[in-house]
Structures are given as structure tokens and as C-alpha cells.
Design a protein around this ligand. Sequence first.
Ligand code: NAG
Ligand code: NAG
Length: 343
Amino acid sequence: MGLPAACPLLLLLGALRYGSAQLVFSTVDFVERDACNTTVVLPCHVINLKEHNDSNMFVSWKKQGRVLFSFNGAEQRIYRHEMVPSANLLSQQDLSKGIASLKLKSSEAEDGNYSCEVTELNREGETKVDLRTVTVGSCGEENAPTPDNECGRQFDFMESVVISVLLFLIVIIYWAQLGVIALKCETVHKNKTYVAVGCAIFTVLAVIAVVLFVQGGNITISKVGLGFVVLPAVILMVLQYYIFKIVLVDVTRKGYVLIGLQFFGFIIALVGFALCISACPPELLSVVIAGLAVMAVEDLLALLYMYTSCSRMKDHQTPRKAVEEPLNAIKTETESTAEMSDG
Ligand SMILES: *[C@@H]1O[C@H](CO)[C@@H](O)[C@H](O)[C@H]1NC(C)=O
Ligand SMILES: *[C@@H]1O[C@H](CO)[C@@H](O)[C@H](O)[C@H]1NC(C)=O
């Protein structure tokens, strides 16, 4: 982006060439806007004002010879062409410092060369700036932002795919946890229906989320989809708690650490979601990805934990039975010795 980085020497030469009657500008060849600019600022900086008093000044912004906006300092009067009803000086206070930049709605500003003419008493000068529209990110040419469209761009496709994959991975691992409990923890007779129903609800939400999220048309629907990806993850923490409770009876410290990790991932994803819906361009999908990745890792660790816990139970039956067994053995032993002594 062209910035007011004009070389002082050139400015000096310019001032000498034009003589003292010329106003000199810090030049910006062009400015760029994309679909995320709701307003645009066309820069116009005079660097050699003498009076520093806006009542001695006259500013006129033109495009193709047509006056779009003017400010008459003596009368403190503003003229706006009907095409640009939102046009205004960036800051009227700063005009006396030489800043005659024009601010207007992006939708009212067509691409092209705008000229800024400033007069201070008998001195005057003109500068030009080319307003250009750039397409950003993954916007294809056909998605070229219309100026009215606050945020015409879509989420990055690859990032959307990664998010969808992570979400399905999380869902699959949850079902795997339930599978492990059903197959390996035969000793667990607690009702698993609620957990299965919770998992099913989450699965349905995840499918809806991904469909809304990756549909290529509308950024607003994609954002709603992202909400469906992130918010129902609350259910996951509850499910995880009940899964631990079914298998471990009392949730262990390890279990709480895992749930804590999941909560941490959820908070990251939530922050990412908040940033995504508020920011334009929505570049922060990576934060949501990080949050989901933490949750997926937690999920995987929980699966391993459930697998080892259930395997151990299968080998030694439930911990309670393992404790009860030697007791029973002692009991039967004492009973049999008692019988023997009786006999
Ligand atoms: C568009 O927005 C960007 C980022 O906020 C800004 O740097 C740029 O100057 C804006 N473009 C115009 C023409 O105002
Ligand atoms: C604006 O002017 C520059 C040079 O003065 C020219 O190269 C450019 O094509 C013009 N832009 C438009 C959109 O006419």
C-alpha cells in the first residue's frame, strides 16, 4: 500500500520548482480497499501550510473533473455531490494541520483516480490518489466483493476442512469410548443410554454444523455453522464426565485433569469463534482449530484411559470385586476350617 513516505529531498525540490506559491503534498499513488472496508479514506496531506487556519482554506475533491466534495473554510460550508452523501473530511480539526483526507462509505466510492485540490490564501496545489479494490484471501474473481457487502469473503477452505475433520474425529472418538465401555467393561452395568443419547445429539449437531459451515455461499451462514461447531462442545464435557463416572465410579484426579484439558480447549475454541464472528477478514479460524485440536487430544487420551481402565477391570474384574475376592476367599477358608473342626 502506498504510504506517505515521500523523500524530503524530492519535496524540497518540488517546493523549489513550484515556488513558494505552491502547496506541496506528501504523495500516495494509490490506496487499496477490500470487502472488509466499510469506509474508505482517500489521503491528502499538505506538508507546507503556512497559516494553519482552516478559514483560509478551500478543499475540493474531484473525480474525472467532477466535484464530489468541497469545503469552503471562509464560510465553513460543505458541498457534497449526491453520489457521495457520506463524504466528509476525515477530521475538520486536522485540516488546519494540512490533512484534507476524504472519508466516505466504500459503497459510494468507485475505483479510479481522485484529485484533491487545496487552496490556502493565494497558494494552491493538487494531488491524485488512485483507489483500487483488491480481492482478498480465498475470494475468487467471481466472489469479487461488492462494496455494499460488508464482508464478502469466505472462510479459508483448507482451514474449514481441518475444522470439519477435527470435529468428526472428536465425534468418532466419543463413540469409540462408548464402544470400549460396551465391549471391554462388561462388568459395568450402569445405564449407558443417556450417554449414548448425548453422543447421538452431539453427532447430529456436528453434521448440521459442518453442512452450514462449509456451504460455499454465504459468510453469515458459515459463521452460524462455526457457532454450531464450537458451542455444543459444552455437551462433550458433560458426556466425558458421565463416561468417567460410569467406568471409574468416582471420577479420578486423572479424569478431572482430562476434563480440565477439554475445558481449556473449549475456551480457546470459544475465543477463536468470538474473534471470527467479530473480525473482518475472519482470519482467526486457526484459533478455533487450536481449541478443537486440544479437545481432540483430550478425547484421544480419554479413550486410552478408558481402554486401559476397562482392560484392567476385565483382567481383575472390577476393583471392588478384586478387593472383595480375597475377603471371600478368607471367609470361605475360615468357613471350611470351621466345618472341618466341626466335623
Ligand atoms: C481498508 O482497510 C484497511 C485495514 O483496515 C486499511 O489499512 C486501508 O487503508 C483501508 N483502505 C482504504 C482505501 O481506506
Ligand atoms: C490513475 O492514474 C494513473 C496515472 O496517473 C493511471 O496509471 C491509472 O490507470 C489511473 N487509474 C484509473 C482507474 O484510471
